[in-house]
Design a protein around this ligand. Sequence first.
Ligand code: NAP
Length: 286
Amino acid sequence: MTNRVGIFGYPLGHSMSPALQQAALDDCGLDALYEAWPTPPEKLEAAVNSLREVNCYGANVTVPHKVAVIGMLDRLDPQTEAIGAVNTIVVEGGEELIGYNTDIHGFLTSLSSQAGFDPAGKRVLLLGAGGAARAAGNALAQKGVRSMHIANRTVSRAEALAAELSGLGASADAIAIDSPELKERCEVADLIVNCTSIGMQGSSDEGRSPLPEGWIPGGCLVFDMVYNPEVTPLLAQAQKAGAETLGGLPMLVHQGAAAFEMWTGMSAPIDVMMEAARKAMAELTR
Ligand code: NAP
């Protein structure tokens, strides 16, 4: 019987996960179907419970359900508990639903494999304080960064994240994303990570950068988690400044690969997934 797996989100028009996951399932010769499951909040609990039916690997979870889904699962792995956001559900023993966050893996793997960047001892500026920023902040704290400045529109969220990361031994503080003092934080950063949705195609912030022109120093790495477009306005600014750049597509593939391996127990075909993601992106922007 065909195995089921899919993604919960609402709306789901922009998701590239079906393309890259189906390519991986097919490449591994698995009889499985990865589907888009657009699910409004009031229908999420019933939909999540339906994963307990036979022949289901689990699911991915995206906006706006990453936090709400936590209360619908049987347990979380400890790292996911600390982040407070789930992007992957694994069905164990046919009925137990376990929540994971594979964004940490996707973030760190793309940072090392695509950019050759080692965060140890580095000064980091994190833009955003939502689920993606929480994953990146936890990942960077684990890797022993020298300092982390967290800039967010809602400063209280940045303060809460900075306090949590300080509790893990990282030197972290918070600042408003529109504060003039942010310029100094930019100037000394070794790594700037955009974890906001600013710049994402199809959003109300399409075509915008989270930073003013001319603030990015030439010697740093700029990592934009936004993957559509591939060169965001922030990355275009970074290129102009002579900085290194890394887009969000490799992270998307690596977080998906980690989920695939947990569902299937097989090694994920990264190259196949990357190619499928690029193809899906090209179709999306055509
Ligand atoms: P989220 O939890 O909803 O957080 C959104 C963040 O963006 C918050 O910090 C929010 O600030 C900020 N923001 C949104 N609109 C803004 C605006 N107009 N001005 C200033 N700040 C704004 O979402 P998320 O899950 O963290 O995802 C954030 C982005 O990362 C999305 O674009 C998502 O697609 C991307 N992402 C990519 C990957 C990947 O694999 N490449 C993985 C995860 C996420 P407030 O706190 O003030 O609302």
